[in-house]
Design a protein around this ligand. Structure first.
Ligand SMILES: [Zn+2]
Length: 423
């Protein structure tokens, strides 16, 4: 049995974790906050840092064909199946320093403690820093984890970034072979499960005075791009009654998103991007394109809401004589976390002297993709004000250290047989 006193104290350990996160956050395309996209110099720098830290923690390191940084801490018996942990290295535009990368740094901190103590577990530990979850550069989303579960996004390789560089070319420039993307796939029998540590991105833990919580389910989501096409014209000469103003139609459409989502407390919807053509102050907008992001814990409700919205958009377009195109960009199938893993995580939370709180995730995570090949669990960490996707994202050293202590307790007590027992 391991001496439980070999857990580092939360405050000191958390301070070290925050310092590492601070170093990673410096690799940003510019402030405020952190902007780090797939296959950029900033991504390369972060890969380098993580690879160094993985090596220091006694792990073997590789970069897979999807640009994921992968480390493995061997089991007492080499080649044994692994418990995989991790999260994403990328951020939204002007995001924070914890969303994603915290779930890489905390497991590494735990493995470093095991390595320094010469401690091996009867299963391997792997940590993956997924290359692209937010999809900021190419409008992808879960690109890294999709490849790991054997669903490489071949169709996304021709997507282009704002500079016109294709995803395939970006991977080549990063020293990778896009043709090899399928080789990133892992097999279910290689894994016991997947655990993702992540900031909560919501206010529940803070409101209840708890440092960590155990996730029960991950939200279902749907994302579409709506394009309304009208007729561009002179802002002075075309009478109001004869206009086909694409932006005015979009304004009505955006309000329809809000109205539909306000009709249920189990539904949220956001329009976060809009583009207007030709985009001049004295020209009637001829085309307008906007994003719609819908989420719900209830897949049936989500489907209904998306259908209602498309019908409403069609009415708006017809009334205004506008062309309408709705492109369904991606669907995030929500998923439940695995009860046997939740139970083991809960035991670790209780052992740390914390009231176990189970909660739902309204945000999507890499764990959703991993669910396709293995069982998953998530540990949420309290964040200030529930704020994320924002430079103001913040956690305390104490909470970071507590999350690491919970995870290390979980790892030392982890029993893969719980899976078989759960059927
Ligand atoms: Zn995230």
């Amino acid at each position: 049995m391991t001496d439980p006193s070999s857990l580092p104290p939360a405050a000191d350990w958390g301070q070290d974790i925050l310092e590492r996160l601070e170093r990673l956050a410096r690799h940003s395309e510019g402030g405020p906050g952190v902007t780090r996209r797939l296959a950029t110099p900033e991504h390369r720098a972060v890969h380098g840092l993580l690879a160094d830290w993985m090596a220091e923690a006694g792990m073997t390191v590789r970069q897979d064909a999807a640009a994921n940084t992968c480390g493995r801490y061997e089991a007492s018996e080499p080649g044994a199946p692994a418990l995989m942990m991790g999260s994403h290295q990328d951020t939204v535009r002007q995001g924070g320093r914890y969303d994603g990368i915290l779930g890489v740094v905390v497991p590494l901190a735990c493995i470093k403690v095991l390595h320094d103590a010469g401690e091996r577990l009867p299963f391997a530990l792997e940590v993956v820093a997924f290359s692209d979850e937010e999809g900021l550069r190419f409008g992808t989303g879960l690109f890294g984890s999709a490849a790991v579960v054997g669903r490489p996004r071949i169709e996304d390789l021709e997507r282009r970034d704002d500079a016109g560089v294709s995803l395939a070319q970006a991977l080549r420039d990063f020293g990778l072979d896009p043709e090899a993307l399928p080789s990133a796939a892992r097999r279910p029998e290689e894994l016991h499960g997947f655990v993702e540590v992540h900031i909560e991105q919501g206010p529940v833990l803070e409101a209840e005075g708890l440092p960590v919580g155990i996730v029960t389910d991950i939200t279902h989501g749907a994302n579409m791009t709506v394009t309304l096409t009208g007729v561009a014209g002179h802002a002075g000469t075309v009478p109001m009654t004869r206009r086909q103003d694409a932006l005015a139609g979009a304004a009505e459409g955006i309000q329809a998103v809000e109205a539909r989502c306000r009709a249920s407390d189990r539904l949220v919807g956001t329009v976060g991007q809009i583009a207007v053509e030709p985009g001049a102050s004295n020209v009637i907008p001829g085309a307008c394109r906007f994003s719609v992001d819908l989420r719900s814990p209830d897949p049936a409700l989500l489907k209904d809401a998306a259908a209602d919205l498309e019908a409403r958009l069609a009415e708006i377009a017809e009334a205004r004589a506008l062309g309408l195109d709705v492109e369904r960009r991606y669907k995030l199938p929500g998923c439940p976390c695995s009860p046997w893993l939740m139970d083991q995580m809960e035991a670790a939370v209780v052992a740390e002297g914390i009231a176990p709180r189970r909660l739902f995730s309204g945000a999507g995570h890499d764990a959703m993709a991993l669910r396709e090949i293995t069982d998953i669990a998530m540990l949420f960490v309290r964040c200030a004000g529930g704020i994320s996707h924002n430079p103001a994202e913040a956690i305390t050293a104490g909470d970071a250290g507590t999350a690491a202590r919970v995870l290390l307790r979980f790892l030392r007590a982890f029993d893969p047989a719980g899976r078989a027992a759960a059927g």
